[in-house]
Design a binder for this molecule. Structure first.
Ligand code: ADP
Ligand code: MG
Length: 619
């Protein structure tokens, strides 16, 4: 039964209008993906129907199993994607096909506007339904929510909005349950009316859709064009590498190749099938706070949820399916939160994934390198969050160090210098800047390798007491270091080892000059050629700055370390007049080397100028 309300115009949410604008006016080569997106929505709708029907069997009382049809019509120049899934009511049509709810949409749009490979980005973001505007000049959606007696149409030609109206009598009669999406194709998209073209695309992207997809040709009988089986339920021996790649693409909606495929069946206290993939490229929203894992939970082949936190957050880049034989079908979303069976599965699967990483790191180093390059910063969150697996994750970690790239801690410990008791690291913004950091000077002179850490997460995990192979990790920016027992690599450096300034008087003079600005002044063991550097008393300075940026703490006063062998430092005691200026300059230089600003940049500049002028006058 339909009402006779007149069509009503509604505007698109601003982000949608912008997205459509970008898609319509850019030339993406991979327009094929629109079909994958529509089929994936149809399949989701069938999944939702099956799920809702568990609690409300009436919804499928008519007996027709959920299914998908594709119908080209050359006369009308339309391609229809039809499903007998859950359908949408009026409000759902407005909400779902007029807005984008996803976090990170704004940043995605900004990138899309600049990108050359738009289709790839579209794939990563999964703009989904709206991709159909790449091939259609007008789209009509006719939908009946399962169990409802209202049928609504949604019509849009892109642009700024859409129209919503009750369906005409004929449409209402035809659409018994679910959704019909009718694409009025653009002139240059006529190839999508060819059945071989449709079959090719479905085979490439949607073969693993669990529901039958039938092609309805203009002449002849409808025929099924996908295999419609849950691939993860099949045995490994009947599947080829190609099958897995296709499954990855259709399950994850991805374009890249998987860098890892993990397929197994657990039997025992709990039975479940697992098919997981690690992508080889980074999704755009990896660090969006709202980003969730996307591993799908099925129970006996019925889709239950794709946001059930089936893996810890530091594995949120893993895609795929876990299909349980034991969980109750009618498990509610609330129950998913702390279900003990699910917790067990989560633990066991996490262990398997880490185990597979270890195997790859050992046997297929290229594959593991891809994973680490793309997701290392995410995996390192596990060093902080997953105490139980910290040791394993540390073993997997790859670092850029003063000795080279892709170094493991195992390699570090094997190459450790005589009498070296700690694993040293330095955190900062860029490898280049870190490499010229004066705090590395003494380490270099003694051949001590230093990890150069530049991911924001590094400041966090290193703030917990951590050791590897019995060697504690120690920041070169923090506390005392003593390299004196480690032999010098270069004997010439030994000659320069004699302090030129008297420690007690020099330190006292600088302390007096700097007063409250620093927590302490010390003679440095880290420096050999630079004059000064800052170190933190408690926390790593990089971490303090990060936390301060997020309003989660204040930057504490630093400790100034000075190099007693440096002429500028040696000059302080003799230079009564300039001692204060010189001391301030040592502090300010050290701040600049840390990437910080002197408290008063103008005063710094004038101080520097005066000292230079005095120097010139003497010369
Ligand atoms: P996504 O699938 O990632 O949520 P889409 O843009 O593809 O994003 O779809 C937006 C929403 O529109 C879906 O989440 C769903 O709620 C709704 N939708 C789209 N197609 C259908 C369909 N065939 N049946 C029911 N709902 C649909
Ligand atoms: Mg979709």
């Amino acid at each position: 039964m339909t009402t006779t309300t007149a069509p009503e115009s509604q505007p698109f949410q601003a982000e949608v209008a912008e997205l459509l604008q970008l898609m319509v006016h850019s030339v993406y080569s991979e327009t094929d993906i629109f079909l994958r997106e529509l089929i994936s929505n149809a399949s989701d709708a069938c999944d939702k129907l099956r799920y809702e029907a568990i609690a409300a069997p009436d919804l499928i009382a008519d007996g027709a199993p959920p299914k998908i049809w594709i119908r080209p019509d050359k006369n009308a120049n339309t391609l229809s994607v039809i499903d007998s899934g859950i359908g949408m009511d009026r409000q759902e049509l407005i909400d779902n096909l007029g807005t984008i709810a996803r976090s990170g949409t704004k940043s995605f749009l900004a990138r899309l506007a600049e990108a050359k490979d738009g289709a790839n980005l579209i794939g990563q973001f999964g703009v989904g339904f709206y991709a159909a505007f790449m091939v259609a000049e007008k789209i009509v959606v006719i939908s009946r929510r399962a169990g409802s007696d209202e049928v609504w149409t949604w019509t849009s030609s892109g642009g700024s909005g859409f129209e919503i109206a009750p369906a005409g009598e004929e449409d209402a009669k035809r659409v018994i349950r679910g959704t019909e999406i009718v694409l009025h194709l653009k002139k240059d998209a006529a190839k999508y009316l060819e059945t071989y073209e449709i079959e090719r695309i479905v085979r490439a992207y949607s073969d693993n859709i669990q529901f039958p997809i039938e092609l309805v040709p203009e002449e002849g009988e409808p025929r099924q064009i996908n295999s419609a089986s849950a691939l993860w339920q099949r045995s490994k021996s009947e599947l080829s590498a190609e099958d897995y790649k296709e499954a990855y693409k259709s399950i994850a909606g991805a374009f890249d190749e998987p860098a890892m495929t993990l397929h197994y069946r657990a039997e025992g206290r709990q039975s479940y099938a697992v098919l997981l993939f690690a992508p080889s490229t980074k999704p755009f929203d990896l660090f969006e706070p709202a980003r969730k894992g996307r591993v799908k939970l099925y129970v006996r082949r019925v889709f239950i949820a794709d946001d059930a936190d089936l893996l810890p957050a530091y594995l949120r880049f893993i895609r795929g399916v876990i299909d349980s034989e034991d969980l109750p079908l009618n498990i509610s979303r609330e129950m998913l939160q702390n279900n003990p069976q699910l917790t067990q599965i989560r633990n066991a699967v996490t262990g398997r994934v880490i185990g597979e990483f270890e195997r790859l790191a050992d046997k297929e180093q290229d594959a593991f390198a891809k994973i680490w390059d793309a997701f290392g910063p995410v995996l390192k969150e596990g060093l902080w969050e997953d105490y139980e697996r910290r040791e394993k994750l540390l073993g997997l970690a790859r670092f850029t160090t003063t000795a080279g790239e892709n170094r493991t801690l195992k390699q570090y410990v094997e190459a450790i210098r005589p009498n070296q008791t700690d694993i040293y690291y330095l955190t900062g913004d860029s490898i280049e800047r870190l490499k010229s950091n004066p705090k590395l000077e003494a380490a270099k002179a003694r051949g001590v390798e230093v990890l150069l850490l530049t991911d924001p997460v590094d400041a966090f995990w290193t703030s917990a007491p951590i050791d590897f192979g019995g060697k504690p990790l120690k920041s070169l920016s923090q506390g005392d270091v003593d390299f004196s027992l480690i032999p010098l690599v270069d004997d010439k450096a030994a000659a320069k080892d004699e302090p030129a300034a008297d420690e007690a008087t020099t330190i006292a003079a600088i302390k007096e000059a700097l007063g409250e600005r620093v927590a302490d002044v010390r003679a440095s063991q880290r420096l050999t050629s630079s004059a000064s550097c800052l170190v933190g008393g408690g926390r790593d300075r990089m971490l303090e700055r990060l936390l301060a940026q997020q309003n989660r703490g204040a930057v504490t006063k630093p400790i100034l370390e000075v190099n007693l062998r440096h002429p500028l430092v040696a000059a302080i005691v003799g230079e009564k007049d300039a001692a204060r200026d010189l001391s301030l300059l040592l502090l300010e230089q050290a701040q600049i080397l840390e990437g910080e600003l002197p408290e008063d940049p103008a005063a710094f500049a004038s101080r520097l100028n005066q000292l230079v002028l005095r120097g010139l006058a003497k010369a």
